[in-house]
Design a protein around this ligand. Structure first.
Ligand code: SAH
Length: 343
């Protein structure tokens, strides 16, 4: 069978080349791009400013990615909405809408499953199934905007998967999501979270996007990090922090370090002191997250006292710290839990 062209994963440049190769004028690409990424058309027959003949040719040779909404859980506490979407091949992914004062933020998945193996994370339990395409990442944002009828102003790539393990599609996604011809979300309102794939962090720095890079650190030293995150066997903690310093030098964008507080594991005074040393002199932000318990593991979140003491120690050392407000605790809260229930 002839594979159809994934037209929704093409950026405007690629689409322009594609339509000119079909013998069409350049401006057709802009029209098609607008149908796909602004008006969210899911069939070529909707694209009424194209000739009937072009529509037929596109129909025959291209596919338009469309996620199917399988389930949505709505938090009664804060209106957080957690979506389960089916991809065309039947794989399931999840995305979350969080409502903040500063706007609506959508958390998207970058892969079906994950191969990074962090011990506290539900997303990695079934391993990696496959990378998502740029269109599958974009459509999570589009589908949620459409479902709620509300504008999405912020996007975080913090759902299932390791975005820098799907680097090519991720970079394309960033370009397309923030393209003025598309949804035009500000690069400043986009955050990409990584477990620390050093060469890709450096490569991404070179692109000089104005996005925020969040680095999942979760430990103050190499020994403890290795116990929690297998990726630390590949990249040593100082290498990771150096790559973050480089990212800041290149882009001027302050790194957010994510640190999940696990009771009795990484939340002591000594841990806080060591973390201060590790990050000393860095213009960064530390986001403390009491670990979200997952049925398959035995981790418990730090209590309020330990969390407050940890935060205070960092602040005394001049670090900028927040404790993440837990949203949607009454729905399958932790990363990958909703999807995992269906596997
Ligand atoms: N792979 C990327 C992005 C997905 S995970 C990364 O590692 O950053 C998004 C964030 O949620 C990461 O900081 C991850 O470590 C964290 N996380 C995963 N499971 C968690 C849990 N049970 N409790 C708290 N944070 C968790």
């Amino acid at each position: 069978m002839n594979e159809k062209t994934d037209i929704k994963s093409m950026n405007l440049e690629e689409l322009t080349q594609f339509v000119t190769e079909l013998g069409e004028k350049k401006f057709r690409a802009k029209q098609i791009y607008e149908w796909l990424h602004v008006k969210h058309a899911y069939t070529f027959s909707k694209m009424t400013n194209l000739s009937g003949e072009l529509r037929k040719r596109l129909e025959a040779s291209c596919s338009i990615t469309a996620l199917r909404q399988e389930e949505v859980q709505v938090s009664r506490q804060d209106g957080t909405r957690k979506y389960l979407f089916a991809l065309e091949d039947g794989n399931l992914i999840e995305s979350v809408l969080m409502r903040y004062k500063h706007g609506n933020s959508v958390c998207i998945s970058s892969q079906a499953g994950c191969r990074m193996g962090c011990v506290f994370c539900a997303s990695t339990l079934g391993g990696l199934v496959r990378n998502l395409t740029a269109a599958e990442m974009l459509d999570q944002v589009y589908a949620i905007g459409k479902d709620t009828g509300e504008r999405v102003s912020h996007v975080v790539v913090m759902g299932t998967g390791e975005p820098l393990d799907n680097y090519v599609q991720l970079v394309k996604f960033i370009g397309m999501l923030t393209d003025e011809n598309g949804l035009h979300i500000s690069q400043r309102n986009l955050t990409v979270s990584t477990c620390g794939i050093v060469p890709r962090i450096r490569e991404l720095a070179g692109r000089q996007f104005a996005i925020t890079l969040a680095l999942s650190l979760h430990a103050p030293n190499q020994e403890k990090r290795r116990e929690l995150m297998p990726v630390a066997n590949r990249y040593e903690i100082h290498e990771v922090v150096d790559a973050c310093r480089y990212y800041f030098e290149k882009t001027g964008r302050r790194i957010t370090f994510e640190y999940s507080l696990v009771g009795g594991v990484n939340d002591s005074k000594e841990d806080a002191g060591e973390l201060c040393k590790l990050l000393s002199g860095m213009n960064c932000h530390v986001n403390l997250i009491p670990v979200n318990p997952v049925r398959e593991n035995h981790f418990i979140p730090s209590d309020t006292r330990a969390t407050a003491a940890f935060k205070e120690k960092l602040e005394k050392n001049g670090l900028n710290v927040t404790v993440r407000r837990e949203m949607g605790c009454d729905i399958d809260g932790a990363c990958g839990q909703l999807r995992h229930r269906y596997l």
